[in-house]
Design a protein around this ligand. Structure first.
Ligand SMILES: [Zn+2]
Length: 495
């Protein structure tokens, strides 16, 4: 008996990594305000860029496809050459983040305006569809009938329609979850039901064929909708929308990523992890964790970015990274941070936040020009240069994820369980934990100085722990802490 017991314990070892006792919650973005720092400046720069964009031009593809005369001309670049409307989805996520992070009412008005028009477009028909994809109604009809023609960057001869509509799903999820828009929830649930109908008669095999085409995190979106709508039918669809060709090697803890388009894969893995959280599925969580480990440990450079010309190169040869004009893509790091946050909240290990810190300081923060504009690639090629987006001209994927990035620096500086606070990042900010009557102010000029100062203000006396991340860049025994001017003993474990 003992022998078997031991085996059972060993077999279930990975499950411990996702034990609920080590799970944390993030504070809502609206509970954290940034204090003066390069992060706060980046947030302000991004806010100006957002307001400089014309909502009517971003909405034009949605109105056109709904049969409503657009109020302005579509934007150019990727916005009128096939990926029409993708920035609209990102914009809704970005506005939601920025409103929560700043409380700026101009941003809220813009968000409401976007959602109101999407609602009007959706009401033009009874099927629940709304989207900017050129000729979308026709191709979705063909797909529902089982006529599917999928390649990496096309679906039924259109430019990645699933990727495009995923941005709208994600935007609506964020507008409800982060900015509290109930109208966004209504539009989202109708849109989800439309997609349930599109896929209703498709076999699992047909869905897997469809998923050969880049599709963002459609599985993540449906796992979110399952929680928002409180209906498991969406979770079932989330599983069906999980691309098995990528999932299966990860379930076996095998890295089969060489040559794959990086940013097509990362959102799928975010989806596996989201499903794992909602369904309490340890195997899928471990698959996502394995992906994170192999990408961050074997495929990532110092700034936290990965890939060359958008693709994963052989893990044992980084020479192409130095030669190419197209180094790490901003979207990849945006998505790796999303995955890191999910994993950290499931298992509060400092590893995830060490990577998050490295990437948010060295890649994400630097991907926005101090005067506005976002980069696509951050070339590592010596003496190379970067290209920044122009507000009324450039509408690449990394403009979409870029708009989102700089409004959510407060998303994981702090975390909590039922009673304790976790300080994960050293970014100057104020946290208000309203339910507990706790206010926490962090002042630091890190990385210019290697220290941070925390001030707690309590409405009433109470007992709780404040955990600090012990950063990997501080050697054992070198971290010093003082509480009310008295030295305290610092332990590295738990980290
Ligand atoms: Zn991109």
């Amino acid at each position: 008996m003992k022998f078997f017991l031991l085996n059972a314990v060993l077999f279930f070892m990975p499950a411990i990594a996702f034990n609920q006792t080590r799970a944390l919650k993030a504070f809502p973005l609206s509970s954290v305000r940034l204090l003066n720092s390069p992060f706060r400046q980046a947030q302000e720069t991004d806010l100006k860029y957002m307001l400089s964009l014309d909502a009517d031009r971003l909405l034009a593809p949605f109105l056109r496809e709904a049969g409503i005369e657009p109020k302005a001309k579509s934007y150019p670049n990727w916005e009128n050459t096939g990926l029409d409307g993708h920035i609209g989805g990102h914009y809704i996520s970005a506005l939601s983040n920025m409103y929560a992070a700043t409380g700026d009412t101009r941003i809220l008005e813009r968000l409401r305006y976007m959602i109101d028009w999407l609602d009007k477009c959706q009401r033009k028909d009874t099927d629940g569809y709304v989207g900017g994809i050129p000729g979308g109604k026709k191709i979705w009809g063909d797909i529902a009938a089982g006529n599917i023609k999928a390649a990496s960057f096309s679906l039924n001869d259109k430019w990645v329609p699933l990727y495009n509509i995923h941005k709208l799903f994600a935007g609506l999820v964020d507008a409800y979850n982060i900015a509290g828009s109930t109208k966004a929830k209504e539009v989202l649930v109708k849109l989800s039901d439309w997609f349930v109908n599109i896929t209703l008669k498709l076999t699992d095999e047909q869905i897997q064929t469809m998923l050969r085409s880049e599709h963002g995190g459609m599985n993540e979106a449906f796992a979110d909708v399952a929680v928002i709508a409180g209906d498991k039918k969406y979770l079932e669809l989330a599983r069906r929308l999980s691309h098995r060709v990528i999932l299966n090697p990860l379930l076996q803890q095998r890295d089969a990523l060489n040559g794959l388009h990086a940013n097509t894969q990362i959102p799928k893995v975010i989806g596996y992890m989201r499903i794992a959280q909602v369904a309490n599925d340890t195997a899928w969580a471990n698959a996502a964790n394995f992906f994170w480990n192999t990408v961050t440990k074997n495929r990532t450079i110092s700034i936290g970015g990965n890939s060359v010309r958008e693709h994963f190169h052989p893990a044992n040869n980084f020479s192409s990274m130095i030669e190419t004009k197209e180094g790490p893509e901003t979207c990849n790091s945006y998505n790796m941070l999303k995955l890191s946050k999910q994993l950290f909240l499931s298992n509060a290990s400092a590893n995830y936040m060490d990577y998050y810190e490295r990437t948010v300081y060295n890649h994400i923060l630097s991907s926005q020009h101090p005067a506005g504009g976002f980069v696509y690639f951050t070339p590592i090629r010596p003496r190379h240069y970067r290209v920044y987006s122009q507000p009324q001209q450039s509408f690449w994927c990394c403009v979409g994820s870029g708009l989102e990035n700089h409004g959510k620096y407060g998303e994981i500086i702090y975390g909590h369980n039922d009673k304790d606070i976790f300080i994960n990042l050293f970014i100057p900010s104020v946290l208000e934990w309203k339910q507990k009557g706790i206010s926490l102010e962090q002042q630091t000029s890190f990385p210019n100085t290697e220290r941070t100062q925390i001030k707690l203000t309590l409405k009433k006396p109470q007992q709780f722990a404040v955990f600090f991340r012990y950063p990997s860049w501080v050697r054992d025994g070198m971290l010093k802490a003082r509480v009310n001017n008295k030295d305290v003993v610092v332990k590295r474990n738990p980290n």
